[in-house]
Design a protein around this ligand. Sequence first.
Ligand SMILES: C[S@@+](CC[C@H](N)C(=O)[O-])C[C@H]1O[C@@H](n2cnc3c(N)ncnc32)[C@H](O)[C@@H]1O
Length: 446
Amino acid sequence: MSDRDDRATQDIAVPGESREVVIEALSSDGRGVARDDGLVWLVRGGLPGDRVRARVSRARRRFVEGEVDALLAPAPERREPPCPAWSRCGGCPWMPLPEGEQARWKGKVVADALRRIGGIEAEVDPVVASPRALGYRNKVEFTYSREQGSPVLGLFGPGRPPRLSRIEACMLQGTAANELLRSLHDLLPEGPWQKARVAIRSSRVHDELLVALRTEPRATPEARALARELRRRHPRLAGVVEWRSAPGRRGDATYSKLSGRTWLPEEIGGTRFRLPATAFFQVNPEAAEKLLDIALEEAGALFGLNVLDLYSGVGVQALTAARKGATVQACEADASAIECGLEAAEREGIDKVRFQQAEVGRTMRGPGDPVDVVLANPPRDGFGKGVAEGIARRKAKRVVIVSCDPATLARDLKALVAEGYRLDRVRPVDLFPQTPHVETVASLSR
Ligand SMILES: C[S@@+](CC[C@H](N)C(=O)[O-])C[C@H]1O[C@@H](n2cnc3c(N)ncnc32)[C@H](O)[C@@H]1O
């Protein structure tokens, strides 16, 4: 990054002005990275090898943010994105790159974050591919709102400010979910909501679907009528729920039934879960199986060991570790996820797992018994304060982190290394083809 101060950056790059730049790399949030006139540019829509005319959208202290105004000479790797909505939708910014190139860049992004943020020079394994490049998502969350006076059901576009764009079908979800989306276009009432979020969830088990609706103001009689009509049209739609607050974040999501069931069956690691509408579950279940195998492989032989599973969700890792003979303590904030994990454990006769509903940071800052292995799968903001120290205090010999954010992973690894751990292996898995997101399994020992 440049050392110029704010003023100097703004003098060189004035918002609205355009400049010709060549994109050299990709940033962790998926933007193209270019260098010009001693400044680093982050260009939305630019891919490595592109020569573009970039318009300055914002001059930051140490870099310039821009948008592609014109693609002057495309990178040789560029392809025609297969999705007809691609240019209007911001969901798949890397779709013009073939999947192999996407994976190569994700590996670089992980290595770069470890070096820059963690101060760790690590060999990063080749990125494990997703079994499917399209149609892999079991959940897509759409927005239903007014855009330029008319109601639109869709996804936000790539521009700034982002515009909501009508989406007829999303190529990241399956056919049945897209048929349901078409019915939602027909049936969503025009009047009652200023803004609504509509999540379509699908399950590989019995091909069932679930719709979760968040409305402002709260759901009205129209929502119940909509739910009933949707279920009449789509026999595989198991239920429609109304949800409140952000799902999967620190357990503050709640939901209530509008029609039918409030959960979907989901299977992973040989365990069947009754997944509540708002609980976290990996959105690419086939790649999640691979991720789970890799995490458990990194944990090593678990028979007879004490395992702590932090940010356990419904207990995907915890129950799999218990099946392998470990005694597992799982820690998770979301009560509905814990209820789901307990139900699955009981139904499957897995008795060596205990769930604790708690905030991980608070638990780990307090005293605790020694453990052999820690498995941790934190949210995007990574470990809470004191978690790395808490792991070291519990004398864990092995730590396996599954992370969806290379930057916070790098920060957490740095904290664990400071506690005396050695980073053994870094194995990214491409759970999110067409996007810059990547999951990484990192294992440490001491
Ligand atoms: C990335 S998900 C991982 C879930 C699970 N390990 C899995 O693979 O399905 C993170 C989980 O951490 C929970 N969570 C987020 N912040 C938390 C916190 N501070 N304390 C406890 N749980 C938290 C969320 O509810 C969510 O279930």
